[in-house]
Write a protein that binds this ligand. Structure first.
Ligand code: MF3
Ligand code: CO
Ligand code: CO
Length: 314
């Protein structure tokens, strides 16, 4: 997600009091074979200013369908390895190897200097957690955020997975966050304002006494990882930018049990809740069509890791 300036949000509720997540050790940099096409920032780490259109050509949309499906496949396979004892670095290895095997480049790698191929955000980590030697523990929740670059376009998708036996408060957080994404997707209409997204998400969060993270937002995505288009997950009536047909973008709400205020670790990436309470996130890449927002990050068979998580919630 893209970074945004801070504001206050609601505060509430009780979280399970487990030990705070702390940084582990990073494994050596993973290699991408030379024959794989890289995004422009792969060498320098600098994506530069966003210059791309907010809308995609028909050819780009077809490429985004294929890349999105491949990203969804990788997220499913990454979710399959989630269990107590598995390190987040092992998840990074799986995502990296599957990305390369799919003929793609793992978009996070060296994006603004990011050191790994996927983001793994555990418990109170809101987003941009860096995979390391920390083993997942029974009762954790972990968001895996996969972005794949292939055929000149990015597909960006994430899900929060349950690790072993998870407490009911956290299960509810995960469930409501997934619901809020689905409600937002259903809320948007071609040519309609961006604010419809945040309105749907914030309403559902407030109804369930959860916070909405404001500092990180959804974004346009396509030939660039992050375009100029900003997709806040909270309501602001000034967000009148129309979502024209052909607009490619993400929705990726981060909801919190407590204060949604974020602080970033001194690694420059890991964003955690300031009060240490848990947070969950789900993300899809979407394309605006005549019929509404269509998910691009589902497999060719129409599968999605989100449904796996949903099945595990009951
Ligand atoms: N995938 C994230 C998003 O949803 C961005 C990760 S940037 C990284 O926008 F550098 F941390 F990988
Ligand atoms: Co994103
Ligand atoms: Co993402």
């Amino acid at each position: 997600m893209t970074k945004r300036k801070r504001r206050n949000g609601p505060a509430t509720t009780v979280a399970p009091s487990l030990p705070a997540v702390t940084a582990g050790l990073l494994s050596p940099v993973r290699r991408v074979p030379n024959e794989i096409e890289r995004p422009p920032y792969a060498v320098t780490g600098d994506p530069g200013l966003s210059v791309s259109s907010l809308t995609r050509t028909d050819d780009e949309i077809e490429a985004m369908r294929r890349t999105g499906a491949a990203a969804a496949e990788i997220l499913l396979r990454a979710g399959d390895v989630v269990r107590p004892g598995v390190t987040t670095d092992e998840i990074d290895r799986v995502v990296h190897d599957l990305s390369v095997k799919a003929g793609g480049y793992p978009s996070p790698l060296n994006y603004r200097g990011y050191p790994k191929s996927v983001c793994t955000s555990v418990n109170e980590v809101i987003c941009h957690g860096i995979p390391d030697s920390r083993p997942l523990a029974d009762g954790d929740i972990v968001n895996i955020d996969v972005t794949l670059y292939r055929e000149g376009v990015h597909g960006d998708t994430s899900a929060t997975f349950l690790v072993g036996d998870v407490d009911s408060v956290s299960v509810n957080l995960v469930e409501v966050t997934l619901e809020s994404l689905e409600l937002a997707i259903a809320a948007v209409v071609p040519g309609g304002p961006v604010r419809d997204i945040g309105q749907a998400i914030e309403r559902h969060a407030v109804k369930n006494r959860l916070g909405v993270v404001r500092e990180f937002i959804g974004h346009g995505v396509g030939t660039e990882f992050h375009t100029r288009l900003q997709i806040p997950h909270y309501y602001d009536r000034r967000l009148t930018t129309p979502l024209e047909i052909g607009t490619s973008f993400t929705i990726e709400p981060m909801l919190t049990l407590g204060d949604p205020e974020a602080v970033v670790w001194n690694d420059g990436w890991t964003a955690v809740t300031v009060d240490g309470t848990r947070t969950a996130q789900f993300e899809h890449t979407l394309i605006m069509t005549e019929g509404g927002a269509e998910k691009l990050t589902v497999t060719a068979a129409g599968e999605c890791a989100h449904e796996r998580v949903r099945a595990a919630l009951v």
